[in-house]
Design a protein around this ligand. Sequence first.
Ligand SMILES: *Cc1c(COP(=O)(O)O)cnc(C)c1O
Length: 462
Amino acid sequence: MPPRRQLPGVDQLLRQDDFLRLVERHGRALVLQSVREGLARLRASGEAFDPAAFLVGCTQELEALAQPALRPVFNLTGTVLHTNLGRAWAAPEAVAAVAAVMAGAANLEYDLEAGRRGERDAHVEALLRRITGAEAATLVNNNAAAVLLTLAALAARREVIVSRGELIEIGGSFRMPDIMARAGCRLREVGTTNRTHARDYEEAIGPQTAALMRVHPSNYVVEGFSSVVDTATMASIAHAHALPMLEDLGAGSLVDLARWGLPHEPTPQEALAAGADLVTFSGDKLLGGPQAGLIVGRADLVARIRRHPLKRALRLDKMTLAALEATLRLYLDPDRLRDRLPVLRLLTRSAEDMAAAAGRLLPAMREALAAQYGTAFEVDSVACMSQIGSGSLPVDRLPGVALRVRRANSRAPSLVALSRRLRRLPVPVIARIHDEALLLDLRCLEPSDEARFTQQLAALAR
Ligand SMILES: *Cc1c(COP(=O)(O)O)cnc(C)c1O
């Protein structure tokens, strides 16, 4: 008998309990499509119909389809502000604020006092003024957009003077010279890669100059024979020529991190106090909030930025504004900031704390690997160095602790294969391979998540 005769009909299959359960879970349309396509494949290949295998095939396909593409993972890479893994974690206060406004109406652009149209940035502007001492503030989608908009609004068709040592590229193709070109302004490079002096800026100023700009080098450092001009000196040169001085801080922490034993990062308030007219920085780096670009500084310049047509294209939505406002509110109480702001909590986590976590996690990790791989791998814990990430504080490393998995013999599966297996867990685990070992950096595995982590390790065996 030719194999195609053995194929059941679609309706016949969909009446069976197993398929009815799939309809219950995934909806009729998807199950119908999966069954039709499965049967078509069998018809084309001439393979015989195996009821059990067919059900498994449909179930797996539908489960894979039901899995969200964007979902939570365990970031055990050792890089806290990992751009590919979504940078800063939101504080619970920020999550609640987002949930409160997203499902219904909110006074996004409505002035409740006056009963008429209001300004979308107003909710966050007052807080930013209070925290940074700025006259005014405005907000856009990310810091790249903040730089683009600032330059487009203040320097289009004119020149912006930047040190050659600051013409940086940041991961994800943010290149300062390209942003300048897109903003329609001309880049006037001064100084050399390692040294730029005050006179370099002074000599470059001419009738075409629109602004002086200083860029935080973020993810690289120039060491040795080097010099840069500080914000105060650049601002006084700019002001002597009635020009604005712009500073792109990148990470822009809103508090002095040295208070918690971390390396000091320049803050917007310091830049403004030193004379910068506008400062731009990210919402989801050291600030610890949602992806956003913040522009703080002189009221007249902020007003020009707000009026630029690009502002409309780059504006924030109500969810981001709610998250940002709630995050900034945490800064009003610096004494409790460390406990409430996840980024700060993770960055200041002690190595002893992580060593204790390693002690709790090791047995489960050993057991799960043994269940699946026998004696192929050995697991212990080691001291390691984590990093802050997102272009902040590039040379500074944070002492931490990692679980270390090594191959016990040459027949053991490769570490690449093991890390792929870990990425396929229900909550994917992202680790790093270093020195013939798979390192699971524990800094970003908080005690409250340990149970969730160990429970799913059982799935390694499946
Ligand atoms: C990270 C960074 C940017 C880009 O910020 P996004 O918020 O990622 O768009 C721009 N400038 C500097 C100096 C940075 O460090």
